[in-house]
Design a protein around this ligand. Structure first.
Ligand code: G3P
Length: 215
């Protein structure tokens, strides 16, 4: 399973990348807004830190505008993947871009049928939003399980990025559901390797060892 960081915060990206745990980065307009930096500057900086794919989202919504914008974004750096929303124009754009060898991440997926459409259009990645699906009283885990089944049955090339991950349990559910990738906010990432019993265990071992040394 690959881990992407769902952030545009350079410090978070450097920290996780230095651990060897960052396989890629995803951004969206809200994430970019949060950092308050120029879009092009921050995306280029992220793409130079991380070897893996870096998703940058189009901000236009018509087919021609999306294709034009996607080509501009993809030209910024070779590891940039263009995020395209799941709409009719978006599907058409994904189709065109995939034929031109531009990698795409079809975002805002909330149903199996949307996922199939994105796969058929040639999306490199599809991004079901686990947290927002759970907010609706449905199951993000089930959606990912079903999307993975469809990929395995029909041999689609798309990879699933479990997105809108809000807590550790989402990451565990995404892993068990067979998601190829999970994209995780920095604040959740560090919780993945911490556990109160690990901290308590280290403290008690240290205390016993120090007492043993000073006997
Ligand atoms: O990966 C998509 C994510 O950035 C959206 O998360 O928590 O706003 O649903 P959230």
């Amino acid at each position: 399973m690959k881990f992407f960081l769902d952030t545009a915060n350079i410090d978070e990206i450097k920290r996780i990348n230095d651990l060897g745990l960052c396989d890629g980065v995803t951004t969206n307009p809200s994430i970019i807004k949060k950092e308050g930096k120029d879009f092009e500057t921050v995306v280029k900086e992220i793409a130079s830190i991380v070897d893996g794919p870096v998703s940058a989202e189009v901000t236009s919504y018509t087919y021609h505008e999306m294709v034009e914008e996607a080509k501009k974004l993809a030209a910024w750096k070779e590891n940039i993947v263009v995020k395209i929303p799941m709409t009719e124009d978006g599907l058409k754009a994904i189709n065109t871009l995939s034929k031109e060898g531009i990698k795409t991440n079809c975002t805002l997926i909330f149903s199996v049928s949307q996922g199939i459409m994105a796969m058929k259009a040639g999306a490199t990645y599809i991004s079901p939003f686990m947290g927002r699906i759970d907010d609706m009283g449905e199951s993000g885990k089930k959606l990912i399980e079903n999307l993975r089944r469809i990929i395995d049955i029909y041999g689609y090339d798309s990879e699933i990025i479990a997105a809108s991950i809000r807590h550790i349990n989402h990451l565990e559910q995404a892993a068990l559901a067979g998601s190829h990738i999970a994209t995780i906010p920095g604040s959740i990432f560090e919780k993945l390797w911490t556990h109160p019993l690990t901290t308590a265990g280290i403290e008690s071992f240290k205390k016993d060892w120090d007492a043993f040394q000073n006997r």
